[in-house]
Ligand binder design. Structure first.
Ligand code: NOJ
Length: 546
């Protein structure tokens, strides 16, 4: 597909977690053939791009985010021909392909690392971050890894430690080595030649480790100490200039955004880095600190900061977070209302929306009965640390269930047949039992479903430039659970209002007119008076006010 500059602004991007999307060969694991079978479903939903989480060869310590061969497809997912078939099928339906690029680290089973660990003077010896032990023989510094424990691992053959900001099976690549960088860019060139339309670039804020004294060593986590150093920005600009910019391929960086300046640095078009950024917020922090008030403040501040020169990636869910309807909505009493409300919020904000598989069905969190039933390395380590620190197994399990990334990784619920129509065999992770009630087949036939509501939202965005290019202005009090704003473009103004609570709320706002046209809502009728909008539990509404 050929791409104009800025084409990414109009996309609606659907994230597929291939392991859990659709099993095409009956082994209980999702795969590329299954993805191809479901292309018509994606077309019907209306999305215009698919970001697939990694499908490269991997030992799956971190479900594909540990890559052992960037030029090959993971056997469980199929073959390169299967990938090509998916690509062709997607392109034929006008759906762009966004690949996940994991370039901060590789798998420890990647050939480069297997060579690198052997000695201090082989061809790949400097492709990773190796350091001598400290004077006491311990790790070179006290950095911790994101998945728990120290960030350094000792290798006797070299008599040195290597750095891993994630699992010890995910050694960090050395971007300071020019030859290694060129080899990394060759990976991108290979996929460019295969017809990829863009990339989601994983954990990319830590390329420059700043170990010469620039990293802030008062921070225990390596990923916090060295986040967003200037060397990282320099390497990103080099990568984009050499690989994606010439063909306007879309890029979204998964970055550690701590403040508005970081957001500007990564996404300002004039700097030549990413088109947009996904801010990496560890779920545990978000679960404890999210509130509608915080959403309002962040949305406004980031809009102001980026409106001249940057852009936003909008998402409420992905494979690293619990399910949005369980986290921000009410997955029991107001499941239907809140699932739709969150979708409407996502699609009416400025920026490019990202829909995570199953979100369009209102899929919910799962509570697996034992920690042994969980698959996610982060969940397992989190549980272990809690127990080591004195929590009872019951407490640790309850907390792990709430934050686990596996909440979002349970298989897609396609229909009410066994295993939710995901696979004829026992799936690699249990299907949520509510598949009998929450599934795609049922929702595609039900005009009042979450799926049909998402379909309408996506179509609205395609047909109305105000949702893509419109200016944004909040029009609700800072306090309270109602988030309301206007989007204005070319003489048209829409007002979107969302109630993030289970109680009725009254929004007083001069922009609300009694005769306003209702574009979309999740209740049959709306309670509109001059200057007042009454919003019932989790009600959402879009009004045309000008
Ligand atoms: C972010 C990815 O989204 C996550 O799933 C992964 O574990 C880490 N980066 C490490 O690659």
């Amino acid at each position: 597909m050929k791409h104009e500059k800025d084409w990414y602004k109009e996309l609606v991007i659907y994230q597929i977690y291939p392991r859990s999307f659709k099993d095409g060969n009956g082994d209980g694991i999702g795969d590329l053939k299954g993805m191809t079978q479901k292309l018509d479903y994606l077309k019907e939903l209306g999305v215009t791009a698919v970001w697939m989480s990694p499908v490269y060869a991997s030992p799956n310590v971190d479900n594909g985010y540990d890559i052992s061969d960037y030029f090959a497809i993971m056997e469980e997912f199929g073959t390169m021909e299967d990938w090509e078939e998916f690509r062709d099928g997607a392109h034929a339906r006008g759906i762009a392909i966004i690949m996940d690029l994991v370039l901060n680290h590789s798998s420890d089973l990647h050939r480069w690392f297997m060579e690198s660990r052997k000695s201090r003077d082989n061809e790949f010896s400097d492709y990773y971050i190796w350091r001598d032990p400290a004077a006491d023989g311990k790790a070179p510094n006290g950095w911790l890894s994101v998945f728990g424990g120290g960030a350094w691992e000792y290798v006797p053959e070299r008599g040195q430690y290597y750095l891993h900001f994630f699992a010890k099976e995910q050694p960090d690549l050395n971007w300071d080595n020019e030859e290694a960088r060129e080899k990394i860019f060759d990976i991108i060139r290979f996929w460019n030649d295969k017809g990829v339309d863009g990339y989601r670039v994983d954990a990319i804020s830590y390329l420059d480790k700043g170990m010469d004294g620039r990293a802030d060593m008062t921070e225990p986590f390596g990923t916090t100490s060295c986040a967003n150093l200037e060397g990282t920005h320099k390497y990103i600009r080099e990568m984009v200039e050499k690989t994606t910019r010439p063909d306007n391929l879309m890029t979204v960086g998964e970055v550690n955004i701590r403040n508005l300046q970081d957001a500007k640095d990564y996404t300002s078009a004039s700097r030549g880095e990413f088109d947009m950024a996904i801010g990496f917020v560890p779920p545990i922090v978000e679960i404890k600190t999210w509130s509608p008030e915080r959403f309002k403040k962040e949305v406004r501040e980031y809009y102001e900061a980026l409106k001249e020169d940057g852009w936003w990636a909008r998402f409420l869910s992905n494979h690293d977070k619990p399910r949005q309807v369980s986290l921000y909505g009410d997955d029991k009493t107001y499941w239907l209302e809140s699932a739709k409300m969150l979708g409407c919020y996502l699609h009416t904000l400025p920026g490019t929306p990202f829909v995570y598989q199953g979100e369009e069905l209102g899929m919910t969190n799962i509570q697996l009965p034992s920690i042994d039933d969980y698959d996610d390395i982060d969940t397992k380590n989190y549980y272990k640390t809690m127990v080591e620190e004195g929590a009872s197994p019951k407490e640790a399990l309850a907390e792990s269930q709430a934050v686990s990334r596996d909440n979002a990784r349970t298989p897609m619920q396609w229909d009410d047949s066994e295993n939710g129509g995901f696979s004829p065999s026992r799936p690699w992770l249990p299907v949520n039992e509510n598949y009998v009630r929450i599934n795609a087949r049922q929702q595609m036939a039900d005009e009042n479903s979450v799926f049909k509501f998402y379909q309408k939202l996506i179509a609205l965005r395609k047909e109305n430039p105000v949702l893509v290019h419109g200016d944004f202005e909040l029009c609700c009090p800072e306090e309270g659970p109602v988030i309301a704003y206007t989007r204005s473009f070319d003489g048209v103004t829409w007002l979107a209002a969302h109630n993030f609570s289970g109680g009725t709320q009254r929004l007083a706002c001069g922009r609300v007119k009694r005769e306003a046209q209702v574009i979309l809502g999740n209740y049959k009728e709306q309670a509109i008076e001059e200057g007042i909008l009454e919003l019932r539990a989790y009600e959402t509404v879009i009004l045309k006010v000008e």
